[in-house]
Design a protein around this ligand. Structure first.
Ligand SMILES: Nc1ncnc2c1ncn2[C@@H]1O[C@H](COP(=O)(O)OP(=O)(O)OP(=O)(O)O)[C@@H](O)[C@H]1O
Length: 262
């Protein structure tokens, strides 16, 4: 089953061109989009979430054209967590999570129903943020802030969650904590998760499916085990390296040109 399908998407922005982006994102799985800086990954997420419009081609969400959804219905189907460089209003964790209920409200309606409260509480419990519900966002650590943002996305009650570089600015243990949390959410609720990740090892370890982009084109697609090898690293990143799998976790060993021991 396919949650998202893009068909022959083309888009030009200044000197940059996305060309013939055709890919399928499986339902209930974790898919990561990987590729070098500036290859077009975030632009693809913006197209899927209707923040940018393609010049040609079509995007389907659950087999229905994305632009045929009303804005409200779309926001009840797809939630997007942009890169965390954007500032957040100084709200409490609970107030931020409550924003996730906006697609279910009428214009200027702010009152939370009992059902909204239950969904917001569940979202904060899923991310471990319930105990911080009254804390102001600006007093949280980077990892906690990211989990608060995810609480808001989860309170949106969508079956597709899209995240752009969710581990940026987190230390290695908080990166893994966040990825474990997303894996748990995916397994428990069969939520379709799509993310852009820069760390290829993490992307491969935590994703069922990888889409590799280079110069605005899809260069490779498939399970991490089927596509991640030396040839892939050379073709996509121009990197000379070996790949070994330790169980599901790939270890990328770059071939160093100059040993510091010489
Ligand atoms: N609004 C814009 N105006 C002009 N160029 C843009 C705009 N948005 C994106 N681009 C260009 O499109 C290209 C792709 O950008 P995009 O952010 O999709 O890449 P990316 O793969 O997500 O990069 P990174 O890994 O560095 O975040 C870049 O060269 C970028 O400068």
């Amino acid at each position: 089953m396919t949650a998202i399908q893009t068909k022959e998407i083309e888009l030009g922005i200044g000197h940059f061109h996305l060309k013939d982006i055709s890919c399928s994102i499986p339902t209930g799985k974790i898919t990561s989009i990987v590729g070098p800086n500036g290859s077009g990954k975030s632009t693809i997420l913006k197209l899927i979430t209707r923040l940018t419009k393609q010049t040609s081609g079509e995007i389907f969400i659950h087999d229905k054209q994305a632009n045929k959804y009303s804005l409200k219905k779309f926001s009840q189907t797809v939630s997007m967590l942009p890169q965390s460089k954007d500032g957040l209003p100084n709200l409490t964790v609970k107030e931020l999570a409550a924003y996730g209920r906006s697609p279910y409200k009428k214009l200027f309606e702010h009152r939370l129903t009992k059902n909204d409260e239950e969904i917001i509480n569940r979202a904060m419990e899923m991310t471990g943020m319930k105990k911080y519900e009254d804390r102001l966002i600006h007093t949280l650590s980077g990892g906690e802030r990211q989990r608060a943002r995810i609480s808001m996305a989860l309170a949106q009650s969508t079956d597709i969650l899209i995240l752009d570089e969710p581990t940026t600015f987190l230390d290695i243990s908080h990166q893994f904590e966040l990825l474990e949390m997303l894996k748990h959410i995916n397994e428990k609720f069969q939520m379709t998760i799509v993310m852009v990740l820069h760390d290829l090892q993490q992307a491969a370890a935590y994703s069922h499916h990888l889409i590799a982009i280079k110069n605005g084109r899809v260069q490779a697609m498939g399970s991490p085990e089927s596509i991640l090898d030396s040839q892939f690293l050379k073709e996509i990143y121009g990197l000379d390296a070996k790949v070994q799998f330790d169980g599901e976790f790939p270890i990328i060993i770059p071939i160093m040109k100059n040993s510091r021991r010489n």
